[in-house]
Design a protein around this ligand. Structure first.
Ligand code: CA
Length: 712
């Protein structure tokens, strides 16, 4: 790896000093985007064109020959724990990003040869979440939102910085970028994340050429006593208790899904959950709490709201509407409607008229119990007693990860079906004994949440027994599915279970993003290292390519000359099937390419036992598990946002107290919790984590012996 890093840096220096940029590099324009079907070999945006439907008109790779899909090239990159970006390919050049601190990569799409790589200087104390969901390319520039909130415009030819701007308006709060920028009418639009901490959500549009701010739209009001930044907030403030927790920021962050309709000049923005989670704390007298968990349609020229639709009025389950937004023209009741579709975390599949915002349909695409249905007359969900945790803890479906999260869903214009990567799981939500105290820049959920497979020991003593919480409820253990959904008939057409057998994390392994083609294929990677190809009409598995990387990002496809390629990003895995945080690559495929070489940096690691004995008392471990659920699990649950603690290094074991209390890993964006946790608390958390590490070690060892047995 070190040699490799130097290689990229040298390339960047060489690229930066290159003169005269070529106008044809990265030249995505309105005209090309609107006529994207005439250039089927291009993948212009995250979801290919302005419709963001992850649909390619290409047919060279099809049902008859996809069995021959094999290796074309691969490019090792320096990844975060998880890679979530879908590359963009314009005129034979591929652009993508690694983590929220970069690098941004430009490579030759035919050979994988590096063109340039750009590594921004980031303030690691502000990262909080190492993920990047990609770049935008527009008129010779590549746009990238770094995790510390800086937005970059790079020369597409050289990687050189043309402009950069700090998008964070309030540095006293946690506010970070994980999403890809979206281009709308020569503006580059970016939101932020951080609702679980104390962020106040907003999106900002900057002139793509210069970085000059065009407008900013806050998704929740600030303290009304201080006035409103724009008129929509005055209206929104009426849906909040005047004594809402304005100090906590309230969330509503727009951290991922957006789309732009150039005909209507409307920018669509999905907004996130509220914080603190419980209504009783956030906005005690209730209210819809606009614009939490909403789809906003904003006039891109003026920044004024044209319509809004709130999926979850008064959200208190982390049911964001930040999931990808797909534009589709659907024939409904004999009439072609311009629609916008979303499968947000709450489990309902929404189809709205994208001109007017009128709700056309909302049916469950996954199991849910927080609402019985969506009333089409009022557009509101009808909540159930099962979803109400205000008086007693409840096991609620979908879980806080949502029935569908950031992973792209794909809409096939020929089959008329949407392919949704679904996670079926539940979450225990309930209050704790302590009353809510706002802690700036820390997790401020205001409740306890435990996802998936939970044991009695993890529940607070004052909660009912786990058997009674689970009685009559579904099994909350996570399972994943690829579901083909008919958005017109509002029904499931087929499904394939994709639950990862090797998944050891409680989330059950995330399902991966999806791409579909005019030739009737659905492509989806897998956390266990295979790229699957399904028949778009039936769900029949047509091909399975052993890649060897853990893949959760969506693949994409493009042409160079007459040759069709498929590309995807993935992180390396250990021999035992778990992800390895220091390996990653872009892999491209073509017909007849043969087997995919194992990742060049794959090693046969020995499974090492944790360095310290498992000496915590049962009481310590129990207390530790509760503290972990409250303070740590948001980032450390399954190793996708922050290190998977059962696999932490020997050094981290030995320095646990200094890291947790004193901020010894601040440079890796792990804050010190000394103001929140006592030394006894930290010891209890260590006892719990070390117990996990030993259990994990035992599990890996037994897997290894099974695996080596299988070879004989
Ligand atoms: Ca959230």
């Amino acid at each position: 790896m070190p040699r490799f890093k130097i290689f990229w840096v040298m390339l960047f220096v060489a690229g930066a000093s290159a003169s005269a940029s070529t106008a044809s590099i990265g030249n995505v324009t309105e005209k090309r985007l609107l006529q994207a079907d005439a250039e089927p070999g291009q993948w212009f945006t995250g979801g290919r064109d302005y419709r963001q439907d992850y649909y390619s008109p290409l047919t060279g790779i099809n049902k008859h020959n996809v069995g021959k899909l094999g290796f074309a090239w691969s490019r090792d990159i320096d990844p975060p724990p998880v890679l979530e970006a879908t590359p963009i390919v314009v005129d034979g050049v591929l652009y993508t990003s690694g983590g929220s601190d970069g690098p941004v990569y430009s490579v030759d799409a035919k050979s994988g040869a590096p063109r340039w790589a750009f590594k921004p200087q980031v303030d690691a104390t502000k990262l909080h979440y190492p993920v990047s969901r990609g770049v935008a390319v527009w008129k010779g520039k590549v746009y990238f939102g770094a995790g510390d909130g800086w937005l970059y415009a790079l020369d597409a030819d050289s990687g050189k910085v043309i402009w950069r701007v700090d998008t964070v308006v309030d540095h006293s709060r946690v506010c970070f970028i994980t999403g890809a920028p979206y281009i709308a009418d020569d503006a580059v639009v970016i939101g932020n994340g951080g609702a679980e901490f104390d962020a106040r959500g907003y999106v900002t549009a900057y002139e793509a050429a210069t970085g000059k701010e065009r407008w900013r739209f806050f998704t929740v009001p600030g303290d009304p006593h201080k006035g409103f930044e724009h008129p929509e907030l005055e209206m929104a403030a009426k849906t909040w208790d005047p004594n809402s927790r304005w100090d906590v920021g309230l969330g509503g962050t727009a951290w991922d899904g957006m789309a732009y309709d150039p005909h209507l000049e409307l920018l669509y923005v999905g907004t996130g959950n509220g914080v603190p989670y419980p209504r009783s704390i956030r906005s005690p007298s209730g209210g819809d709490n606009l614009f939490l968990a909403s789809i906003l349609a904003i006039n891109v020229k003026t920044g004024r709201l044209v319509w809004h639709y709130q999926t979850v009025p008064g959200d208190q389950w982390d049911y964001t509407a930040t999931q990808k937004l797909v534009l589709a023209d659907l024939k409904i009741d004999g009439k072609v409607r311009k629609t916008i579709m979303q499968a947000p975390k709450n489990g309902f599949f929404y189809v709205l008229d994208r001109e007017s915002g009128k709700l056309l349909s909302a049916k469950p695409y996954a199991y849910l119990n927080w609402a019985s249905h969506v009333d089409l007359k009022t557009g509101r969900p009808v909540e159930t007693i099962d979803g109400d945790y205000s008086k007693e803890p409840k096991l609620i479906f979908p879980g806080d990860w949502g029935a569908h999260n950031w992973q792209p869903m794909a809409f096939n214009r020929r089959t008329g079906l949407v392919y949704v990567p679904v996670l079926e799981t539940g979450v225990f939500y309930g209050h704790t004994k302590e009353s809510f105290v706002y802690r700036p820049k820390y997790s401020n959920l205001g409740l306890l949440h435990l996802s998936g497979e939970v044991t009695q020991a993890e529940l607070p003593k004052e909660w009912p027994k786990i058997e009674s919480l689970r009685a009559g409820k579904r099994d909350p253990r996570a399972r994943t599915y690829l579901r083909a959904w008919d958005p017109v008939r509002q029904s499931l057409v087929w499904e394939v279970e994709t639950t990862a057998p090797t998944s050891l994390g409680k989330s059950g392994g995330n399902p991966a993003g999806v791409m579909t083609t005019a030739s009737g294929l659905v492509l989806q990677g897998h956390v266990d290292g295979d790229l699957f190809v399904f028949d778009a009409e039936t769900g029949k598995q047509l091909a399975r390519v052993d890649v060897g990387d853990k893949m959760v990002a969506a693949p994409m496809t493009y042409l160079v000359g007459k040759e069709q390629y498929v590309a995807i990003m993935g992180t390396g895995k250990t021999r035992s099937g778990t992800s390895h945080p220091k390996r990653g690559r872009i892999v491209a495929f073509r017909l007849g390419g043969g087997p995919v070489p194992r990742p060049s940096n794959e090693t046969n690691e020995q499974v090492e036992p944790p360095p310290l004995a498992n000496q915590g008392t049962p009481q310590q471990i129990e207390l530790g598990s509760q503290l972990f659920a409250r303070h740590c699990s948001m980032c450390h649950l399954n190793g996708e946002k922050a290190p998977f603690l059962p696999q932490m290094s020997a050094e981290a074991h030995r320095q646990f107290g200094a890291i947790v209390l004193n901020g010894a890993r601040l440079e890796k964006s792990m804050p010190g919790f000394g103001s929140v946790l006592s030394v006894d608390d930290a010891n209890a958390i260590y006892a719990y984590v070390n117990d996990l590490a030993w259990n994990y070690f035992d599990e890996l060892k037994s897997k290894e012996s099974k695996a080596s047995g299988a070879l004989k």
